[in-house]
Design a protein around this ligand. Structure first.
Ligand code: FES
Length: 69
């Protein structure tokens, strides 16, 4: 699905960019061009960045067990 119609960037391209290390809307924009024209897709890009970050921010079960002990 296209996320950025202005530049023709898809959600898959953005997810791939995030998986390769892009950690912000600005970094996704730098790598893909998405969000660099009208800006109406920036909130959708931000949601994908947030989604991509979520597992890293979530403490693992091991960390929870260690901190509870
Ligand atoms: Fe992405 Fe316009 S839709 S910059």
């Amino acid at each position: 699905m296209y996320v950025c119609l202005c530049t023709g960037v898809t959600d898959q391209e953005i997810r791939q960019t995030i998986a390769e290390g892009a950690a912000s809307v600005e970094e996704v924009a730098y790598c893909t061009g998405a969000g660099t024209r009208c800006g109406s897709c920036v909130s959708a890009i931000a949601a994908l960045v947030e989604e991509g970050d979520a597992p890293a921010r979530r403490p693992s079960l091991r960390m929870l067990r260690t901190s509870a002990a």
